[in-house]
Design a protein around this ligand. Structure first.
Ligand code: GDP
Length: 462
């Protein structure tokens, strides 16, 4: 049973790896996990910690007894560790040599080098993390924006898992109602009222739809909202781009046409990353909207999540609005640039009648920039209440697929049960499929749950 090599899917043994990135740095962490972790570490570290979860300074030696480092060693006893196994964490000095020689010394004493993700895999196999949390661990490490970090952390906390489990429990409860109908049709209490079953199905459908709806928000968090600057030449788009991004990456000039290419930069807001695009340079080569004197390509207008229509007076702002009208599905924000040139709150240009919806900004003084970023975030996330509710989001295609599958099954059940042409055993199959889809999502499988639920809810033994 306890084959030392394990199956290819569930390899066993004691694994070791450097948990921190290789390279120069003050410290590095070497992690050891498995049945022999304590024995192996005890042979290499002196004095080996007598108690778990206590940091002890140890001398680390190789198999020949040569000293490798002074390191801080923490021992974890199964199951109270990240992997659920006996584990040891050794915080060594950093750099290329020290951690590598410590890893080699542990391998010489019987550990083997861990496969990628193997510590987390063991945590899942030992029930310390579910699959959603394991994915979140990867997403947290890979996150390239604050929004992605926040979303991953919420998923790691189990927010999404709890949501999915609640839906799966609702599907099981529904199945239990139907099972009750099948098994106890002659019960004194009478059959479960049809309205109760349909009501529960409708509620489950609504909740699944809400969860499915968060996939769009999850996509925005992952990919960012594409925000495109549009407006006549010289109204200050490049300057605004630079001011928003906070670094001078675009070429800014008062000679029209100097910006050569579309430039993109990411603004990292806590809600979602904004991918800001200035396409001013495209107008010389390919832009249909250019004929109307507005610098933005139609392909960007098509893909945009939000369009910033810029103008430095009423005329140019109006021109921008006319030129982009009907050319984008995205919400447009009117941006009145160069607000510092206005006197006493009014534009110098008397033609500026003041479109009240316009946000006044100045690349020169920074006025209005925060307000504009807030307006962009709310326009980009508009209609997605997932953002407002701070709800857990579906972040991967796998999630969307599983929830879609569950939804299709519950809908199929609802439709036919409502029409009265669904035999209860077939109804049970739809609901079991829905439950299975949700369980696939988190990696929880327990077929006994339906029976538990049935007997707990209905007090059948009374
Ligand atoms: P674009 O062609 O729309 O990208 O416009 P630019 O960003 O190149 O700006 C055109 C001119 O307006 C440059 O001379 C900028 O210095 C000037 N400009 C841009 N933004 C501001 C601003 O907020 N205040 C003032 N006073 N001048 C600005």
């Amino acid at each position: 049973m306890n084959d030392a090599a394990g199956s290819p899917l569930h390899p066993t043994g004691t694994i070791v790896a450097q948990a921190t990135a290789a390279g120069r740095g003050a410290l590095a962490i070497v992690r050891l996990s498995g049945p022999d972790a304590h024995r192996i570490a005890r042979a290499a570290a002196e004095p080996f910690p007598a108690a778990p979860r206590t940091a002890v300074v140890c001398r680390i030696r190789d198999a020949s007894g040569a000293a490798l480092d002074e390191a801080v060693v923490v021992r974890y006893d199964a199951p109270a560790s990240f992997t659920g196994e006996d584990a040891v964490e050794i915080t060594t000095h950093g750099g290329l040599v020290v951690p590598t020689t410590v890893v080699a010394a542990l391998i010489a004493r019987g550990a083997r080098l861990a496969e990628p993700g193997e510590f987390t895999r063991r945590a899942v196999l030992n029930g310390k993390l579910d699959i959603l949390q394991a994915e979140a661990t990867g997403d947290l490490i890979e996150s390239s924006s604050r929004a992605a970090q926040r979303t991953a952390l919420r998923q790691l906390d189990g927010g999404l898992s709890r949501r999915v489990l609640a839906l799966r429990d609702a599907a099981i409860r529904l199945e239990a109602l139907i099972a009750y109908d099948i098994d106890f049709p002659e019960e004194d209490d009478g059959p479960v009222p049809a309205a109760r079953i349909l009501g529960a199905a409708d509620e489950l459908i609504r909740d699944l739809e809400m969860l499915e709806g968060t996939a769009r928000a999850g996509e925005l968090v992952r990919d960012g909202a594409l925000v495109v600057l549009a407006g006549a030449p010289n109204v200050g788009k490049s300057s605004l781009f630079n001011a928003l991004v906070g670094q001078n990456r675009a070429i800014v000039t008062d000679i029209p046409g100097t910006t050569r290419d579309a430039i993109e930069a990411v603004i990292d807001t806590p809600t979602l990353p904004i991918r800001l695009v200035d396409t001013a340079g495209l107008r010389e080569t390919q832009d249909p909207v250019e004929r109307l004197g507005v610098e933005v390509s139609t392909s960007y207008l098509n893909r945009a999540s939000v369009v910033l229509v810029c103008g430095d007076d009423a005329a140019s702002l109006g021109q921008g609005m006319v030129a982009t009208e009907g050319r984008t599905m995205a919400p447009r924000i009117e941006v009145r640039t160069k607000a510092d040139l206005a006197v006493g709150g009014q534009a110098k240009n008397s033609a500026w009648g003041g479109d009240h919806a316009a946000i006044r900004v100045s690349a020169e003084t920074g006025e209005g920039l925060d307000e504009l970023v807030s307006a962009i975030v709310s326009a980009a996330s508009g209609g997605l209440n997932a953002f407002e509710a701070d709800a857990p989001l579906l972040t991967r295609e796998r999630h969307r697929y599983a929830v879609g599958r569950a939804l299709a099954e519950v809908r199929a059940f609802r439709e036919r049960w409502g029409a009265g042409d669904l035999p209860a055993p077939v109804a049970g199959v739809h609901l079991r499929e829905a439950t299975a889809a949700l369980e696939d999502l988190i990696g929880a499988i327990d077929v006994e749950d339906v029976l538990d639920e049935l007997f707990r809810r209905f007090c059948v033994g009374k």
